[in-house]
Ligand binder design. Structure first.
Ligand code: MLT
Length: 252
């Protein structure tokens, strides 16, 4: 081994120059993280970010995530479609709820949607101090990984969780993404290791592993079984929504 090889090995093996990938398990833990100068990947597997990915990949022009029901009417007046739920249940006055199949309807191509959900849109709002905000789901996981590899920025995966608490499905996505990037990123923090270990245990049967999760059970009672199976498909789409001027549009 030459001196140069030793220097390179020291620098990279000891991860001095590696980009860091951290995982924040819920918006409630966000005050403990610094999003500035980092790419934040927001994920809400069941179902908000899976809907956003499906909608943008299927030709929606933009999705505006908002926190409250009160913010929706001014967008509706401008011609936006309205989408959203509370506790998994569609808001009666809205055009559609929070199923990825709603967001993929051919008749909505080229339209813009205003959307409010229990946890997903809240997580996006919480990520706003980030340098760039990407929307991730199993449905576009390889496309997200590609962007992160090509960027020089550190990464925080922000799990939407459930009402500021941990959930299994977002953690598994974060663990899967960290596993994909583990040779290029420093994934040595405790929370990242924990998510990777969990993903390792669940990866051969994600659906079976997640059947008992709180939100899968909740959605099961609301006839959301078809959504759950779809949201766990990998790489159905190769595009990534990115937040620009408070709108989610296709990353280019
Ligand atoms: C959320 O934002 O909490 C969810 O996406 C809930 C849902 O499944 O509709």
């Amino acid at each position: 081994m030459t001196i140069w090889d030793e220097v390179v090995s020291y620098l990279f093996h000891d991860r001095l120059f590696m980009k860091q990938l951290e995982i924040c398990y819920s918006p409630g833990l966000a005050p403990a993280y610094d999003f500035e100068e980092k790419t934040v990947v927001v994920t809400d597997i069941f179902r908000a970010t899976s809907c956003m990915v499906s909608g943008i990949a299927s030709g929606l022009k933009a999705i505006v995530p908002v926190l409250t029901l009160e913010e929706v009417p001014p967008f509706k007046e401008q011609g936006f479609l309205t989408a959203g739920e509370r506790n998994g249940v569609k808001i009666p006055a809205f055009d559609f709820g929070n199923s990825p199949f709603d967001f993929m309807q051919a008749e909505y191509k080229g339209r813009s949607v205003v959307m409010t959900t229990t946890n997903g849109t809240k997580a996006i709002d919480c990520a706003k101090s980030g340098n760039e905000i990407l929307i991730g789901a199993f449905l576009n996981i390889s496309a997200v990984a590609k962007i992160l590899r090509e960027s020089s920025k550190d990464v925080v995966v922000l799990c939407a969780g459930w009402k500021n608490r941990f959930n299994l499905e977002d953690t598994l996505f974060a663990g899967a993404l960290a596993t994909m990037l583990s040779s290029e990123f420093d994934v040595s923090s405790d929370e990242t290791r924990a998510a990777m270990l969990l993903y390792e245990q669940a990866k051969n049967n994600l659906l079976g592993f997640l059947e008992v999760s709180s939100h899968a059970q909740r959605l099961g009672k609301l006839n959301g079984g078809k959504d759950i199976a779809f949201c766990l498909k990998h790489d159905e789409f190769d595009s990534v929504p990115v937040l620009k001027n408070n709108q989610l549009i296709k990353y280019e």
